[in-house]
Design a protein around this ligand. Structure first.
Ligand code: AMP
Ligand code: MG
Length: 192
């Protein structure tokens, strides 16, 4: 039987990693063990090795062809992992690059991963802007709320196209300020 593959997406700063980690911790206490894999980390292993980027936030500025080559390598590695156990992939529906929105899961990555569910973590643009401004650990892009909202719109569109191509369901999970536990509950309810 095929292991479950869950793809968790959201614009940078929405809290996708946090919500996913919390959900995975609780689910593992219940005996449901997903392996959580971060797509960006798998890409950064390659980018750093090749001397293309010295921090993960530089990767989205690389030439799109380079990003796609590394993306494909990461996708293949994660697809291999999904043969061993259920996986939750922490990634992006689209990546905002200087040359436009890069699909996080172009066809050649999507078909290898073959997800069952695509989660889109969202909140209001102004909340995301505030979260980015207070995140010292990352080099987050500072954008207007309108531009963040546009990115979220594109993410929904891309996520649904992933659903159309694979039959995956697409679930929108709200991660509003102060309500992270609600987001965790909502995420867990579709993973159980
Ligand atoms: P994150 O830590 O989730 O913000 O990811 C760090 C970086 O990894 C992103 O800014 C992108 O450059 C890259 N990345 C993550 N997932 C993907 C993907 N599916 N396709 C292309 N690039 C990705
Ligand atoms: Mg993240």
């Amino acid at each position: 039987m095929k292991n479950k593959v869950v793809v968790v997406t959201g614009v940078p700063g929405v809290g996708g990693t946090t919500v996913t980690q919390k959900a995975m911790d609780i689910l593992s206490e219940e005996g449901l063990n997903y392996k959580m894999v971060n797509f960006g980390s798998a890409m950064f292993d390659v980018a750093n090795e090749e001397g293309l980027a010295s921090d993960r936030d530089q990767m989205r500025k690389l030439d799109p062809e380079t990003q796609k080559r590394i993306q494909k390598m990461a996708g293949r590695k994660i697809a291999e992992m999904s043969k061993e156990s259920p996986v939750a992939v922490d990634t992006h529906s689209t990546v905002k690059t200087p040359k436009g929105y890069l699909p996080g899961l172009p066809a050649w990555v999507l078909t290898e991963l073959n997800p069952d569910i695509v989660i889109v973590v969202e909140t209001d643009g102004d909340e995301i802007l505030m979260r980015r401004m207070s995140d010292e650990s990352r080099k987050r892009d500072l954008e207007t709320t309108a531009s963040i909202e546009e990115h979220q719109f594109m993410n929904r569109a891309a996520a649904m196209s992933y659903g159309v191509l694979t039959g995956a369901t697409v679930k929108i999970v709200k991660n509003k300020n102060g309500l992270v536990d609600n987001a965790v509950e909502e995420l867990m309810s579709v993973l159980r």
